[in-house]
Design a protein around this ligand. Structure first.
Ligand code: SAM
Length: 253
């Protein structure tokens, strides 16, 4: 996985294995259905689609769905895993660039903490502006990032440990997250046992602690209206001290 600042690489299959997709999509589905219904969405875009499961879910609802990502390996994985058709597209594109032609989507999403992986707030504003430019007037923009402010300063919270059998041996993947001041860090440990030979790899990525106030200003400057925040996909109000997520929705003015 390549971040905007090229900070770490984790291959798509390993990233995919770390997520319990049925559980995650079940958690997200009602939220997306309600937001898309609010704008009668037919054409949806995910601007940092990773391994493409959200895009494939939107497509399974009968929507025209497009997944974009900076990383060509991710897009190749999406095509192989989910297929492509007249109504399901995959494209290599940075999320700082609007879709072509601009204004062609009813909904644009940037989720899974992707927006927080950029180097600075200026780039966050650039991404929101590009997402809004991809929408027709009244279309909806949805972003979800980890709410960094509920993490205690310092110690790593070890979140996942996954055994992945591979044709050539075994892989153990471990994911942790910790906060240092106004930034978070995601740490991956990748242990492989192949033919009696043991190898270990580590990957790390820094991410920004985003605040609702900054996101609101950036969205409004990028051409948004009706800016709303949520603390989870269950639509709980956003509380910096306790919410798992910081979710922004806004409409293109
Ligand atoms: C943490 S993954 C999240 C993927 C997916 N949205 C999900 O929820 O599983 C972050 C994704 O952002 C992509 N990415 C990083 N920088 C990007 C950029 N500048 N433009 C588009 N995608 C980018 C990475 O390649 C990766 O697939």
């Amino acid at each position: 996985m390549n971040t905007a600042s090229g900070q770490f690489e984790l291959d798509p299959a390993s990233y995919d294995a770390l997520v319990d997709w049925p559980k995650r999509l079940a958690n997200e589905e009602p939220f997306y259905r309600r937001r898309f219904a609010e704008v009668a969405a037919q054409r949806v875009l995910d601007v940092a689609c990773g391994t493409g499961h959200d895009v494939a879910m939107f497509h399974s609802w009968g929507l025209h769905a497009t997944g974009a990502d900076l990383d060509p390996q991710m897009i190749a994985f999406c095509r192989a895993k989910h297929g492509q058709s007249e109504t399901l597209h995959w494209v290599v594109r940075p999320f700082t660039e609007p879709a072509t032609p601009p204004g062609s989507f009813d909904a644009a999403a940037c989720v899974g903490n992707s927006l927080a992986l950029v180097p600075d707030m200026e780039t966050v504003a650039h991404v929101l502006k590009a997402m809004l430019a991809s929408l027709r007037p009244g279309g909806i923009c949805i972003t979800q990032v980890v709410n960094l402010w509920r993490l205690a300063e310092g110690p790593t919270s070890w979140q996942k440990c996954q055994h992945r059998p591979r044709p050539d041996g075994d892989q153990i993947l471990i994911k942790g997250m910790h906060r240092v001041g106004v930034c978070g860090h995601v740490d991956f440990i990748d242990l492989r046992l192949t033919g009696g030979r043991f190898r270990s790899f580590t990957h790390a990525a820094r991410f920004l602690g985003l605040r609702d106030t900054d996101l609101r200003s950036a969205a409004l400057a990028g051409g948004a209206a009706n800016v709303r925040f949520w603390g989870s996909y269950q639509e709980t109000p956003y509380d910096p001290a306790t919410s798992p997520d910081l979710i922004l929705t806004c409409l293109r003015a």
